[in-house]
Design a protein around this ligand. Structure first.
Ligand code: SF4
Length: 446
């Protein structure tokens, strides 16, 4: 049978779809590109915002229009939380919850159109950890490795604990093998990923720091990047280890969500603004060239212009490098959905734009602060017209430099020269990495 997949949402969802594809192939099915004639389509959904739900329904309807005779199965966070809503869309054949996501090919033996949709959604009480990894975009240089899933926190705006269940983690002894197989496949960078990554805890009590320590000891031939990590879990020992590491990139992505103490409390976040402030300054003191990204939510219920300006000013004066700005969206069954003080959609939009402009400024400021320095880049894509390579530095600077196409994704040293909007122009450094050093640092593809 031919099967295609469509994925919405976060990087973890993409990694899980890659794993699903793999499992279908192992069961003897052929995976075809989405949009090609197929016998079955599996849609892996997201429910982080109202928009995400709308987008999921749109895609389901599009698939039903373009492949009317194909079996249509829907899984993912939206499917876990709103199975009936999805099953009520005429033409959907099955809905699979988070626990059933990786069992689709076992649950369905006959992928023919169904008279009535079959709903396989159970509660997530004892859901286990499922492995997943994927390449980022079209790049064969970077891979996400899922180490943890679910979340035990109860932020008042978030549906993830409801959609994905409790925190659970990959077995610690498996990690070395997973890393090695990604490197053997030719990946140069591995992004350590999870829903609440810092909450990693193995059955034997190993924590996230132990994974980093293991990586340092193994000295694998790749660069490692830490995915998003909650501020209260970014412990001093992690910062110290990254500060002296040549393998783990000096880059943290640390959700803040609001700079207003009152809003943080309403959001039920597990830290205070003052703690976050000190954390960022500690990181920059120990790793001055560190890139720091921040998640922030605007338009949370009760957010006045004063609260918003507290967040704006807080971020303005912090040495952070970019922001991911999310417009608050009411999610059913979350405490915040019924909080008073709804912020109008226009104001939410306007505040989102103001923070996005601040993010552009912060990114440029950070990029500018690194001009003149030498950085290691893993070239990812080649621009034939300009004869340039584009790639990312250890500290997450998007860089373009002229070089022959034969460079073929070998890590190179460059000098950062000038800033051109959202990318830095660079030139190859005379001080290149010795071949033998390369092979100690990162494997060569050529
Ligand atoms: S830490 Fe909070 S925002 Fe993040 S997944 Fe858990 S509940 Fe959601």
């Amino acid at each position: 049978m031919n099967v295609s997949f469509y994925t919405l949402g976060c990087k973890l969802n993409y990694a899980e779809s890659a794993e699903l594809r793999h499992r279908f192939e192992q069961s003897g099915h052929t995976v075809v590109e989405f949009g090609e004639p197929t016998d079955a389509v599996i849609i892996n959904t997201c429910t982080v915002t109202e928009n995400a739900d709308t987008e999921c329904r749109k895609i389901i309807r599009r698939v039903l229009r373009t492949s009317p005779s194909a079996f249509v199965g829907v899984t993912g966070c939206y499917a876990q939380l709103q199975p009936e809503e999805i099953a009520s869309i005429d033409g959907v054949d099955a809905v699979f919850g988070s626990k059933e996501k990786f069992k689709i090919h076992d649950l369905i033996t006959d992928f023919s159109k169904k008279e009535t949709p079959q709903v396989y959604v159970s509660d997530l009480e004892d859901v286990g950890f499922e492995e997943a990894r994927s390449a980022e975009g079209d790049s064969r240089t970077r891979a996400h490795l899922k180490l943890q899933d679910g979340c035990n926190y109860n932020c008042s705006f978030c549906t993830i604990p409801l959609a994905r269940g409790k925190s659970r983690s990959m077995d610690f002894p498996l990690i070395e093998h997973k890393i090695q197989s990604l490197i053997e496949e030719g990946f140069h960078e591995i992004i350590l990923s999870g829903i609440n990554l810092g909450d990693y805890e193995s059955n034997d009590g190993e924590r996230f720091f132990d994974i980093l320590h293991l990586i340092e000891q193994l000295k694998p031939k790749a660069r490692f990047r830490i995915g998003s990590i909650e501020p209260n879990l970014l412990k001093p020992e992690i910062i110290n280890l990254v500060a002296q590491s040549h393998i783990i990139a000096p880059h943290f992505h640390i959700p803040l969500q609001s700079g207003s103490p009152e809003m943080l409390k309403m959001m039920r976040r597990r830290y205070k603004a003052e703690y976050y402030y000190n954390l960022i300054h500690t990181i920059k003191e120990k790793i001055p060239h560190c890139c720091i990204g921040v998640d922030v939510i605007v338009g949370f219920p009760g957010e006045t212009e004063e609260h918003f300006m507290e967040t704006f000013n807080f971020l303005h004066q912090l040495p952070v490098s970019y922001l991911h700005v999310f417009t608050y969206s009411e999610r059913e069954n979350t405490p915040a959905a019924i909080f008073p003080g709804k912020v109008s959609q226009n104001i939410r939009k306007e505040r989102t734009n103001r923070l996005r402009a601040l993010s552009d400024m912060k990114r440029q400021e950070f990029y500018r602060s690194q001009l003149g320095t030498e950085q290691t880049i893993i070239p990812e894509s080649y621009n034939n017209e300009r004869s340039t390579w584009i790639g990312w530095s250890d500290n997450y600077i998007r860089t373009e430099f002229a070089a022959n196409i034969s460079l073929l994704q070998k890590p190179v040293k460059v000098i950062l020269n000038s800033l051109d909007s959202d990318i830095v122009s660079a030139e190859l450094s005379e001080n290149q990495i010795e071949e033998k050093q390369w092979s100690n640092y990162i494997p060569l593809l050529v």
